[in-house]
Design a protein around this ligand. Structure first.
Ligand SMILES: *Cc1c(COP(=O)(O)O)cnc(C)c1O
Length: 394
């Protein structure tokens, strides 16, 4: 007689254990089984707590969301499939046809594209203005302005937005202030303490920190805002996979240590670069020669950021020689990895701009941005000394 079949496909309870795992278990299950239709009603109506379907929510996303909310000092947060999913959940989840959105003029490239192309297509008008200039921001407001989106430190020019004044302006006008805190992180700035209603992150960068996961996060104190963004994200499928959340939580455990180390090295590298022959300028917010130095000191809580921007003389040929010589540093347009990365805005993030438009914001063919990682500081500086020397020998 044939043996009974299909014995594998039935619920198999987990082995009992009165001790608990110290690491958040990975829960890749897409679906969650409930006892009865009544039990499911109770779940959907919020009388009991339970998961149903992973796009709607799962334990790994919720644990990660809470951890980042704790760091940012906000009531609640939501993890999304990417930083851009977080930007989208805010802008499209909260704004509708007829609304106006004011953005910083040096936002992340895809955020700029969303503002310029996609929101107008849906009837949401947008304007960009300089967030370091509060008068310019105020002048760009309209009666129908619903939301202001800014980053604290701009890429790659590292200008520092006047978040405190923007918080006051937004409050006075009843406009939502949204801060993308990806570069600065809650280690340096907690935007909600400065008047922001919503804070968001590309968790892909410093928070997860190992360039092996793409995720975003958005948080707010007001439950009704979270509810609207969450519903939009769940409906449109902006929500993340459990494995990505689990990996990001692992990375997040060392976030404070990584940030402190990287920003201290960044400060040292910025000073070293400023003294190297052939370097026209070294840009770092905590340096006294930075245009927003005083604001950075007041805003960044004694921290800096892990980004340094510098310019070498000699144009594109010098830039090619520099990138080729700096072989120990990944020439790659990302940031926040354990290893330093070098990017060249004129050929990557800012390639769509004309040379004149780039020059207007201080980007030339000799401009590089460094995301400083965890290398031994002296070795990293030595690598740049060699690379800058090679660039000047062209
Ligand atoms: C990378 C980045 C984003 C987008 O994040 P993804 O995870 O790549 O989608 C948004 N804002 C800033 C400031 C970023 O650096």
């Amino acid at each position: 007689m044939a043996k009974p079949r299909a014995t594998l496909i039935r619920p198999e309870p987990l082995p009992e254990s009165i001790s608990r795992p110290v690491v958040t278990p990975l829960s890749p299950s897409v679906v969650y089984a409930s006892e009865t239709p009544d039990a499911l009603d109770a779940q959907y109506e919020g009388r009991t707590q339970g998961y149903t379907y992973a796009r709607e929510g799962h334990p790994n996303a919720d644990v990660l969301a809470r951890r980042i909310a704790t760091l940012e000092g906000v009531e609640a947060g939501l993890v999304l499939g990417s930083g851009m999913a977080a930007v989208t959940a805010v802008l499209m989840g909260l704004c509708g046809s007829g609304d106006h959105v004011l953005g910083g003029d040096q936002l992340y490239g895809r955020s700029l594209r969303l503002m310029a192309e996609d929101l107008p297509r849906l009837g949401i008008e947008t304007t960009l203005a300089d967030p370091t200039d509060i008068a310019a921001m105020e002048a760009a407001l309209r009666p129908e302005t619903k939301l202001i989106l800014v980053e604290v430190v701009s890429n790659p020019t590292l200008r520092v937005a006047d978040i405190q004044a923007l918080g006051q302006l937004a409050k006075a006008r009843g406009i939502l202030l949204v801060v993308d805190n990806t570069f600065t992180t809650p280690r340096a700035v907690k935007p909600v303490d400065l008047g922001a209603d919503i804070v968001l992150h590309s968790v892909t960068k410093l928070m997860a920190g190992h360039s092996d996961v793409t995720l975003g996060w958005v948080g707010a104190n007001e439950a009704s805002l979270m509810e609207r963004m969450t519903t939009f994200a769940v409906t449109t499928g902006l929500t993340p996979s459990p494995f990505d959340c689990w990996l990001a939580e692992r990375g997040l455990m060392t976030f404070d240590l990584r940030f402190d180390r990287a920003q201290a090295t960044a400060a040292a590298l910025a000073d070293a670069l400023a003294d190297m022959p052939g370097v026209i300028r070294s840009v770092y917010p905590m340096r006294a020669d930075h245009p927003d130095h005083n604001r950075a000191v007041a805003l960044l809580d004694g921290q800096g950021c892990n980004m340094v921007t510098f310019e070498v003389s000699g144009g594109r040929p010098a830039a090619n020689a520099l990138a080729a010589e700096a072989s120990g540093i990944a020439f790659a347009p990302t940031l926040g990895d354990v290893g330093s990365t070098l990017s060249h805005p004129a050929s990557s993030s800012h390639r769509a701009l004309t040379p004149e438009a780039r020059s207007a914001i201080g980007i030339s063919e000799g401009t590089f941005r460094v995301s400083v990682g965890l290398e031994e500081p002296k070795a990293l500086i030595a690598e740049f000394e060699r690379a800058v020397r090679a660039s000047q020998a062209v």
